[in-house]
Design a protein around this ligand. Sequence first.
Ligand SMILES: Cc1cc2nc3c(=O)[nH]c(=O)nc-3n(C[C@H](O)[C@H](O)[C@H](O)COP(=O)(O)OP(=O)(O)OC[C@H]3O[C@@H](n4cnc5c(N)ncnc54)[C@H](O)[C@@H]3O)c2cc1C
Length: 437
Amino acid sequence: MPIDRHVDVLVVGGGPAGSTAATQLAKQGYDVLLVDKQHHPRETVGESLLPSAWKYFDLLGVTDAVVAHGFIRKAGGIVAWGDQLSQIAFRDFEYTRPGLHVERDALDALLLRHAAASGARVEEGVRADAIMTSEGHNEATLIRQGETGGERVRARLLIDASGQASVMARQLGTRQVNPEYRFIALWGYFADSLYMASGGTVRPFADVRTHPPMTFVSRLGEWGWSWHIPLKEMTSVGLVIPIDDYKRDSGRFATLEAYFLSVCHQAAHLGQLLAGATLVNGGIRVMRDFSYVSDVVAGPGFMITGDAAGFVDPIFSIGVVMALYSGQLSAWTADRLLRQPDRAEAIRAMFAHQMRGRYRLAHTMALPGVESASSEAPGAYFDFFSDAEKQLMWSAASMTTRSANLSRISEGQEPPAKPRRLDLAGIDFNQLALAGN
Ligand SMILES: Cc1cc2nc3c(=O)[nH]c(=O)nc-3n(C[C@H](O)[C@H](O)[C@H](O)COP(=O)(O)OP(=O)(O)OC[C@H]3O[C@@H](n4cnc5c(N)ncnc54)[C@H](O)[C@@H]3O)c2cc1C
């Protein structure tokens, strides 16, 4: 097929990873084409952001726009795990800026528009297919929604930021799914939910701007968990359930919604937060939540970034920050590769090392059994992070019994900050009692 267009960099996917990479490369003067098969704003999951997101917003130059959007500021997280209720507050970890609860359609559209404003050509409703890569001759067919034929584009470099579609890793056969922890995620949106603020104080939704919420996580069975994320207008509530449990239990209910509501209402504390709330905004969303990683994240002419490179069950809300980080790293790497092609192998190896480290650390926090495959020093990947970040990760991981890995990889050097244990008996779910507070 003849080549219709030539560009420096083709970015596949306009989520946080793709938009970040495209913005930073366009700012450096590269001819960047970003395609997304969907039109933005598009709904997606992943609404709780760690404060480290601000670092990347600063680098992109979108901090003012994010602030102006008025997303809900969050103060930290509260986890109910068995009979233990614990809290981590960001201010205890030297963070000066809050976390956020964001409508992802709005945030992702903001980042994508910023990529366009920075000089990247952004084409929505355009799917990349039939990708071929080799040093300097990377090609893809771009197919517009509603059309059958496509145009063939050649790029000096291709960045796959296609999220869970993971187009390159699937094509290469390098995407390894963790067979032991296969979950399904179901979520929906509620009006008038109560929420938890610092110290486990329960508040009415109307207070969400004056008393910053905590992201509330509650254990479901041995491995499952739920999220409760107050947004600007409503509250996002999701369940992450082992797929076998889901198959066994959901059939007993007449509808998916009935199953979802039943699990929500039985979950510790979540049921009480939702007691007077109504499910709104179009019912239940469903998505597979399998952890996976690609053995290969870079090769001649391409890089794989964000969720396309790897995904870990998102109990600790690090996916978007990982996507921003890896988008930034991809842009840095792409620039070096284009300027120093003779050093390509070493540059790609650096990229792969960083990506593998982040992914492994995320996995180490969230799920057991990650270490055995590594020949590297167990604590090596901790070195990528500031002390505050390390302490936050340590404390977050110790709020559940899912993984004891962190105590091993930190080699006994337990960071001083610890989650604060909350008194279960002190939680007051009676909204009326708050009226005078
Ligand atoms: C149930 C669940 C809950 C989560 N909760 C959180 C959370 O609370 N906090 C958090 O930080 N993270 C969370 N995450 C993770 C977070 O959503 C992701 O890590 C993040 O969206 C990854 O960004 P990305 O840019 O890599 O991919 P995405 O945001 O998925 O973007 C990929 C884009 O690529 C496009 N695309 C795909 N294929 C093609 C193609 N062939 N051609 C063109 N375009 C294509 C898609 O349309 C999409 O817009 C959660 C994930 C799940 C599954």
